[in-house]
Design a protein around this ligand. Sequence first.
Ligand code: ATP
Length: 493
Amino acid sequence: MQEKKKSDVVEKIVSLAKRRGFVFQSSEIYGGLNGCWDYGPLGVELLKNIKEEWWKFMTYRENVEGLDASILMHPKVWEASGHVENFSDPMIDCKQCKSRFRLDILVETLASKKKKKYLQEFITKVDSVEYKEKVNGLGDDENEINVIFNLILDDDSCNKILLTEINCPQCGNKGTFTEARLFNLMFKTFIGPLEDTSSVVYLRPETAQGIFVNFLNVQGSSRQKLPFGIAQIGKAFRNEINTKNFLFRTREFEQMEMQFFVRPSDAQKWFDYWKSERLEWFKSLGMTPNKLRYHDHEKLAHYADAATDIEYEFPFGWGEIEGIHNRTDFDLSRHEQFSGKSLKYFDEEAKEKFIPFIIETSAGASRSFMAFFIDAYYEEEVNGEVRVVLRFNPKIAPIKAAILPLVNKDGMPKVARKIETELRKNFKVFYDDKGAIGRRYRRQDEAGTPYCFTIDTQTFEDNTITVRERDSMLQERILIDELKNYLIRKIIG
Ligand code: ATP
């Protein structure tokens, strides 16, 4: 099998996604809307299957309940959560070409050699003896360079000078950047007919808050006791400064989040438990194990006591697909404070009231979609031709089986249609009688369909059909009556 080529895999995926109806640019006929994508016939199935697998894995348990909270919430929710105050990214604009950059991301993309050069130019323009000494003492150690670079960027009195040294990555000009400004990522809108400050609401930037504010509603109605969790899948919106890398960073996306409420003394145990469960989930759906890793955070968000990311190795580098956090009692305490309502849990055995700690697992459905898509993409040489195949795990494959009469005559279509009607009751299947059988197989390979059922002359002799398996391309014969069970076995396991 040929190795995937790294550099152009994303381009190939974007083009395949469009050609085969996985993902289209939003509002394409109007030139598109940046950071927004539409899921086509195959994409919507893949996305739905990923969400369904997550839902089953996370909520088909005794101690996890589901929830679907509304996207619009009381504006105070976002004050309590810290989003009004803190949910912002520093951004800079190039005055020359008008490009806008997220400062931290721009800095990340600079090579350390360049950073060192910028630092050396910077110290010729400042008086600080401390910085001069630090920069003059610098070797080539990447970490050391990064530490000093970030230290100066954090220094409000000096960072403007450092920014004047950096060339704009878009137009190449130097000294054209504005100062860094904080930009809140929440989309604002208005509720009701008046567009004034009292009617401002936000499109939620995460699904988590809907869970926190419903903590006692769910706990009381489901009679759960600690430890237990609440899970939710839903849209989230962030006015990201730089959307890029296809579905990786978009302005509208879906999250799959679970908040697990525990006694404070049990928090570390459950953090470790969910960390391991969540990694296993990606692996159980066929994601390549050595393309997955944990990235433990040293610098923690204001609400977190411990945090780790599950990262996937995308063609453009490692990127977070899920975050696991110990959020302590931060969220419930803040909502208590801002709403004036108690969110304490009453422990009947110990007869005490307290605010539970929360372990959060927060995955992006759309970002996972992209990781599963890239991971499944293979190009192989078969009989001198390149075959493109999406090796999706059958559980998430958009179409489970294709039903193909070998020729479009001799009674084969009739049998094929009968099989199709029967299987359609339970599975997403596809009927195709057009073109040579080899080409039809290739079309299904590209759609990631794990099984092709071919009806041929032997079918009329012994009631069997050929099953052709996508990855191995091996063929075997099975009885028509066995097809449903065959798919159940392969897909449900
Ligand atoms: P990043 O640092 O990449 O912006 P984050 O740390 O802000 O992500 P979280 O707030 O922890 O992300 O969100 C949880 C998950 O939601 C992420 O792991 C990711 O899968 C998904 N996610 C976050 N922002 C986006 C986005 N703009 N587009 C698509 N998915 C996203």
